[in-house]
Design a protein around this ligand. Structure first.
Ligand code: PGA
Length: 251
């Protein structure tokens, strides 16, 4: 059985003090809750404050991005080793906003995934189609290509500690969620693709999160699907009440 895994992606919101306060608030609200894995992804400048706020709590910290080199002349970037040294467990890689606005490609996503494993981080790897691609009937082709690109050269034992996040671009921040059936269809496809790449056992161990306008009101239906193992939550992770409500549904 895969333990549900819910991650909050705070994007470019919350300065360190506010982020630490929200992290403490979430940790307090779900104290004693078992049977769900939780991670919080603040902006890079707030990682240290959030790691400190979460010390002693089962909630993990995640970065939203990383570079693929360990160090060097890459102005403005941070490396997976730096992220790990702060105390983070995860790093989100290939979020659609990074692909759309910052030129990330399947190739750079793949380099970042290898770098994350090198540093001992557990990557959360995002895939998802645009509305245009969905309407053209290309969803499976797109997410299949993104999955293959992301995991090129990744051995099975590493793949099992990665998490996949299926985030249809048209559902992110729009209030428009994929129906549970639409999401399940893609999750089942991704799991079958993982079974082809590796084997059924490996595919069954990899958590696949759904992301895109997940809220307390739709989390139950989405998480009830057999291949939806958790959620990557943006807007609804910025408030204690809404995020804690999603976590209670997941547990
Ligand atoms: P949203 O964002 O929940 O605000 O739609 C999800 C994400 O981008 O990870």
């Amino acid at each position: 059985m895969r333990t549900p895994f819910i991650a909050g992606n705070w994007k470019m919101n919350l300065a360190p003090a506010e982020a630490a306060e929200l992290a403490r608030g979430i940790a307090g609200a779900i104290a004693g809750l078992t049977g769900v894995r939780v991670a919080l992804a603040p902006a890079a400048c707030a990682l240290q404050a959030v790691c400190e706020a979460l010390a002693g709590s089962p909630i993990a910290a995640a970065a939203q991005n990383c570079h693929w080199e360990a160090s060097g002349a890459f102005t403005g970037e941070i490396s997976p080793e730096m992220i790990r040294d702060l105390g983070c467990r995860h790093v989100i890689i290939g979020h659609s906003e990074r692909r759309q606005y910052f030129g990330e490609t399947d190739e750079t996503v793949n380099k970042k995934i290898h770098a994350a494993f090198r540093a001992g981080l557990e990557p959360i790897v995002c895939v998802g189609e645009t509305l245009e691609e969905r309407e053209a009937g290309r969803t499976m082709e797109v997410v299949g290509r993104q999955l293959d690109g992301a995991l090129a050269g990744v051995a099975a034992e590493r793949a099992t500690v990665a998490t996949l996040a299926y985030e249809p671009v048209w559902a992110i921040g729009t209030g428009r969620t994929a129906t549970p059936e639409q999401a399940q269809e893609v999750h089942a496809f991704l799991r079958a693709r993982l079974a082809e790449r590796y084997d059924r056992d490996v595919a069954d161990r990899i958590a696949i999160q759904y992301g895109g306008s997940v809220k307390p009101g739709n989390a139950e239906e989405l998480l009830g699907q057999p291949d939806i193992d958790g959620a990557l939550v943006g807007g609804a992770s910025l408030k204690v009440d809404s995020f804690a409500a999603i976590l209670r549904v997941a547990h």
